[in-house]
Design a protein around this ligand. Structure first.
Ligand code: NAP
Length: 263
């Protein structure tokens, strides 16, 4: 008789897409390790998971936007790491605006969170998944990963990294019982656009719900797909990117992200 748990670790679980993914994983019978910076929101979600789904939820308050944070997180997870079956690298943010006008330290924080912490956490959790020959890595990229993205230049580049790394990893993991799935949502109704300062952009008016994005993300992850573009309107993006010259696409997408003039 073993009392091993099947943990799912979700970063950025305090709201938006991450919260909805955590709830779906609890419905599927996973115990949850919930990570973000806002403790009261994580505690409220943990309580919802424990009362509505009768699963255990651990709350770990951790800023993943600073150097060395994944090592700290791994220390706090401790021996539970060997029972993590699902890793969801969801925490991320964007910054809308001209590259030269954006504060340099905020750009570095974004790269640390969206790229370095995602990569380090995947590297830290993967060996135990491989040892038990069962695991799922879900990395949240974006439809902006498919082409350069003026007015979201660094954010778009971080998501291109996530998509490329995840698809490569999926092939490396073939036959191992572990898979990696990149999720590419389009504009989604969360706090993302307020944080990014893109709430007046054209794309912020064309939103999917985070519940719908989460459902498609979880389905693709358990189907062990290498990637999924969520939302009917976004599905053609990879194909369009193959047909239209890259800098034309970038110019078009840049228009969508151009900030609406402040009154
Ligand atoms: N919404 C969209 O239009 C859209 C489109 C494509 C892709 N995405 C991607 O989807 C993912 C989830 O975003 P969302 O739309 O759900 O936005 P959101 O509502 O702003 O959620 C972001 C989550 O990340 C956490 N987070 C932010 N900075 C963090 C840090 N330094 N350390 C730890 N956690 C941090 C936030 O929690 P705390 O503030 O409590 O730390 C929150 O839980 C992101 O990777 C985003 O790039 C979003």
């Amino acid at each position: 008789m073993t009392n091993r748990r099947n943990w799912a670790l979700v970063t950025g679980a305090s709201g938006g897409i991450g919260k909805d993914i955590a709830l779906l994983l609890a419905q599927r019978g996973y115990d949850l390790i919930l990570v973000a910076r806002t403790e009261d929101k994580l505690q409220a979600l943990a309580q919802e998971i424990e009362t509505s789904h009768q699963r255990t939820a651990r709350v770990i308050v951790q800023d993943l936007g600073v150097h060395g944070s994944v090592a700290q997180l791994m220390n706090r997870i401790g021996s539970d790491v060997s029972d993590i079956e699902v890793l969801v690298n969801n925490a991320g943010f964007g910054l809308n605006g001209a590259f030269a006008d954006t504060e340099a330290h905020r750009l570095s924080e974004m790269v640390q969170l969206n790229v370095t912490s995602l990569m380090e956490l995947t590297r830290a959790v993967l060996p135990s998944m491989q040892a038990r020959r069962c695991g799922y890595v879900m990395n949240i990229a974006s439809v902006v990963a498919f082409q350069p993205c003026p007015h979201f230049a660094v954010y778009g580049a971080t998501k291109a990294f996530v998509l490329s790394m995840t698809e490569a990893l999926q092939l490396e993991l073939s036959g191992s019982g572990v898979s990696a799935t990149a999720v590419c949502p389009g504009s989604t109704a969360t706090e993302f656009h307020q944080v990014a300062g893109s709430d007046r952009s054209l794309v912020a008016k064309l939103m999917d719900s985070s519940a719908s994005v989460a459902q498609q993300a979880v389905k693709a992850t358990f189907a062990r797909r290498s990637s999924v573009v969520t939302g009917l309107m976004n599905k053609p993006m990879p194909l369009i990117n193959r047909l239209v010259p890259r800098m034309w696409m970038a110019a078009g997408v840049g228009q969508l992200f151009k900030k609406a003039a402040r009154r």
